[in-house]
Design a protein around this ligand. Structure first.
Ligand SMILES: C[S@@+](CC[C@H](N)C(=O)[O-])C[C@H]1O[C@@H](n2cnc3c(N)ncnc32)[C@H](O)[C@@H]1O
Length: 183
């Protein structure tokens, strides 16, 4: 696997370093369930959110076929604290729209920022928040701009942020933000 050529693999390779068999993890945007499946194969418990029933149904089918389980929640990720009181070691946001679905239904900056802020509160100390952003469409570009501005202002005593920018790829290539909580 050439990690620098595959954004999803790169994002998850970093997550792998923060997971244990006993970990709780969250997929904040489960979509077709690929990230949920990846997490469910490695953790004790996975919570997966999506606002679209189509996404939840796809994810359920993928998990059932693989014989693994996750708690699937058809609600917005900015309600994360209504459903989770544990401290996840990894929280994954793969932003944008459902692959093969309605492109009009996409994550949006305001709701995403709320969800990211709550996620940092829940995250375990030394846990990882992983955000894959898609600036190739106008809503995604705006969302990424808001997220990077927010991340750049986080207290450096409490969080450490790393941003992977695909420098020589076409404008709009996916980009990754990782944040760990130091205390
Ligand atoms: C790029 S897809 C996720 C891909 C997915 N991780 C996979 O492996 O297939 C983004 C998903 O975010 C969902 N979404 C949009 N707004 C959301 C919100 N407020 N809360 C939770 N999910 C949301 C969309 O419905 C879409 O399915």
């Amino acid at each position: 696997m050439n990690l620098l050529r595959d954004t999803t693999a790169l994002a998850l390779a970093m997550c792998e370093k923060y997971l244990k068999e006993t970990s709780v993890a969250v997929d904040a945007t489960c979509g077709r369930g690929n990230d949920t499946l990846w997490l469910a194969e490695r953790c004790r418990k996975v919570y997966a959110f999506d606002i679209q029933k189509e996404a939840i149904d796809s994810t359920r089918t993928l998990l059932e076929d693989a014989g693994v389980a996750a708690e699937l929640i058809c609600d917005s990720h900015n309600k994360i604290c209504d459903y989770i009181s544990e401290n996840p070691d990894v929280i994954v946001f793969n932003l944008g729209y459902l692959p093969g679905g309605d492109k009009a239904v996409t994550t949006n900056g305001e709701e995403t920022l709320e969800a990211l802020t709550l996620s940092l509160e829940l995250l375990s100390v030394d846990g990882l928040l992983c955000v894959t952003m898609y600036p190739g469409h106008p809503q995604g570009a705006r969302e990424q701009e808001m997220i990077l501005a927010w991340a750049g202002e986080l207290d450096k005593g409490k969080f450490h942020c790393v941003f992977a920018n695909m420098l020589n790829q076409p404008v709009g290539a996916p980009q990754i933000l990782w944040i760990t909580k130091k205390k």
